[in-house]
Design a protein around this ligand. Structure first.
Ligand code: UDX
Length: 447
C-alpha cells in the first residue's frame, strides 16, 4: 500500500520505517532539507535501538523514501499520516499550527480520495479542525473531493520504539466511517496477526485515549513518588512498599518506580495539555494538577538532599553526575531531571562533571557554553576529584559499578541516587552515605 508520512520526527520516522519493513511503499515528507539529505546518507537524527539498520535497509530496497516535496507526498499515498510535532504553547496547551499546515497542504494538492491519519498526540477536537481546514482549502480550490480523517494515536516508548511499533499492544483507530476500517485493517494486517489488536472507536474517544494513557502512567509515577515522600517521613522503605503493592495484579509492577521525577517529550507535555483542555471547557482537573505538582517537586529532591548534606552554598564543590538522558536507552534530554539538578547546583555555585552513555552530544548542544559543566568520557572519569556522586538515570552500566573506585575517586563517599539503584544496607557497609528516594539516608534525615 502507498503511504505518505508528514513529519520525520520520532513518531513519523519509526512508523514509516516499520511500515516499509512489512512491505508498504512509504514516502516521508519534511520541511527540513538537511534532515532529508542526511537520512538519504544514512544519518539518523535520533538514537533509537535498531532504527538505523531498519531505515537503511528499507531505503536501499526502495520501500522507504525521503523528500521535501509536499506535492509529491500528497500524490504518493492513499494513506496520509500527520506525524508532525505539537509543541506546547506558552500556556501549555498543544500548538496545532504544524498539524493544520499539513492538513492544508494535503487539501491543496490532492486529486483523489485520501485517508488522513492523525498520528501526532493531538487534543480532542483536532480531527474536526483538520477536516474543516481541508474542506476550506478544497472549497477555495473549487474542487469537490472526498476524504476521511482518522485518529490513530501512537503509543511507542523511546528506547523501545522499533519493537513497540513492530509489536503494538493495541492499534487504536478512531473513525466515523466504517468504510475506512477495511483499508486500515489492510495497512496494519502484518502487525495484527494471531489476535486482533485493533480497537475501533469514535474519533474523540481515540483522541482522548492517547492523553488518558499517558496521564494514567504519569499518575502512577507521581502517586509512587508521593508514597516515597511519606515513606521518608514515616521511616519506611518505599522499595519494599513498591514490591508489596505491585504483587496485587490490579496494581501491577509497571510504572510504580519512585524516582527523581518523570521527563521526556510526552508525560510533562501531555499532562499539561490535558489540564489546559480541561480548563478550556471549565473543568478544573485537580488530580492532573497534583500529578504535575508532585513531579515538579520530585525533580528538586536530589538538589535538596545535596544542600542538606553540604549546606546551601555549594561554591567550590564539584559533583559527579551519572545520567543526563530522561531515561535509559535514549539520548533525549527533554524535561530530564538531570537538567533541573544541574541548573540548581550551578545556581548554588557548584560545578558538575557529567557522563551519560548516549546523551553527551545532546548535553554539549544544550549546555556546551557553560564553564561549570565538564562532560567526561567515562563514568569513572566523571568521578575524579568530586565531592559526591549523583545519579539521575538508571542506565544498566550504572547498576554494578566498582564501589572501591568510586570511594577512591570521591573526596567524600556520598551518593545521591535518584533511581534507587543500590541496596542501602550493602552500600552503607561499604562505607558510603547513601541518599535515595524514599529509602536510605533520606529516611533518617526526614525523621
Ligand atoms: C511515554 C509512554 O510510555 C508511551 O506510551 C508514549 O507513547 C510516550 O510517552 P516515553 O516518554 O518514551 O514514553 O518514556 P517512559 O518509558 O514512559 O518514561 C517516562 C518517564 O517516566 C521517564 O523519565 C522515566 O524515568 C519515568 N518513570 C517511568 C518513572 O519515574 N517511574 C516509573 O515507574 C516509570
Amino acid at each position: 500500500m502507498k503511504v505518505t508520512v508528514f513529519g520525520i520526527g520520532y513518531v513519523g520516522l519509526v512508523q514509516a520505517a516499520v511500515l516499509a519493513e512489512v512491505g508498504h511503499d512509504v514516502l516521508c515528507i519534511d520541511v527540513d532539507e538537511a534532515k532529508v539529505e542526511n537520512l538519504k546518507q544514512g544519518l539518523i537524527p535520533i538514537f533509537e535501538p535498531g532504527l538505523t539498520p531498519l531505515v537503511m535497509q528499507n531505503y536501499e530496497a526502495g520501500r522507504l523514501n525521503f523528500s521535501t516535496n509536499a506535492e509529491e507526498g500528497v500524490k504518493h499515498g492513499v494513506m496520509q499520516f500527520i506525524a508532525v510535532g505539537t509543541p506546547p504553547d506558552e500556556d501549555g496547551s498543544a500548538d496545532l499550527k504544524y498539524v493544520t499546515a499539513v492538513a492544508r497542504t494535503i487539501a491543496q494538492y490532492m486529486d483523489e480520495h485520501k485517508v488522513v491519519l492523525d498520528k501526532s498526540t493531538v487534543p480532542v477536537g483536532t480531527a474536526d479542525k483538520v477536516r474543516s481546514v481541508m474542506q476550506e482549502t478544497l472549497n477555495a480550490r473549487g474542487v469537490e473531493l472526498t476524504f476521511d480523517v482518522v485518529s490513530n494515536p501512537e503509543f511507542l516508548k523511546e528506547g523501545a520504539a522499533v519493537s513497540d511499533c513492530m509489536r503494538p499492544e493495541r492499534i487504536v483507530v478512531g473513525t466515523d466511517n466504517e468504510d475506512v476500517v477495511d483499508l486500515l485493517r489492510e495497512l496494519y494486517e502484518p502487525f495484527n496477526r494471531n489476535h486482533d489488536r485493533m480497537i475501533l472507536m469514535d474519533i474523540r474517544s481515540a483522541e482522548l485515549t492517547k492523553y488518558a494513557a499517558n496521564c494514567m502512567l504519569a499518575t502512577k509515577i507521581s502517586f509512587m513518588n508521593e508514597i516515597s515522600n511519606l515513606a521518608e517521613r514515616l521511616g519506611a522503605d518505599v522499595e519494599k512498599v513498591r514490591q508489596g503493592i505491585g504483587s496485587d495484579p490490579r496494581i501491577g509492577y509497571h510504572f510504580i518506580y519512585p524516582g527523581c521525577g518523570y521527563g521526556g517529550s510526552c508525560f510533562p507535555k501531555d499532562v499539561q495539555a490535558l489540564i489546559r483542555t480541561a480548563e478550556s471547557i471549565g473543568y478544573n482537573s485537580r488530580l492532573l494538577q497534583a500529578v504535575e505538582d508532585v513531579n515538579d517537586a520530585q525533580k528538586m529532591k536530589l538538589p535538596a538532599f545535596i544542600k542538606r548534606h553540604f549546606g546551601e552554598d555549594l561554591k567550590g564543590k564539584t559533583f559527579a553526575l551519572w545520567g543526563l538522558a530522561f531515561k535509559p536507552n535514549t539520548d533525549d534530554m527533554r524535561e530530564a531531571s538531570s537538567r533541573v539538578l544541574m541548573e540548581t547546583l550551578w545556581a548554588a555555585g557548584a560545578t558538575v562533571q557529567a557522563f551519560d552513555p548516549e546523551a553527551m552530544d545532546e548535553a554539549q548542544r544544550i549546555y556546551g557554553h557553560r564553564s561549570d559543566l565538564r562532560l567526561m568520557g567515562t563514568k569513572e572519569a566523571a568521578l575524579q576529584g568530586c565531592d559526591g556522586l549523583v545519579i539521575c538515570t538508571e542506565w544498566q552500566s550504572f547498576r554494578a559499578p566498582d564501589f572501591d573506585l568510586i570511594k577512591k575517586s570521591l573526596k567524600q563517599p556520598v551518593i545521591f541516587d535518584g533511581r534507587n539503584l543500590y541496596d542501602p544496607e550493602r552500600i552503607n557497609k561499604r562505607g558510603f552515605t547513601y541518599y535515595a528516594i524514599g529509602r536510605g539516608e533520606s529516611i533518617k534525615l526526614a525523621g
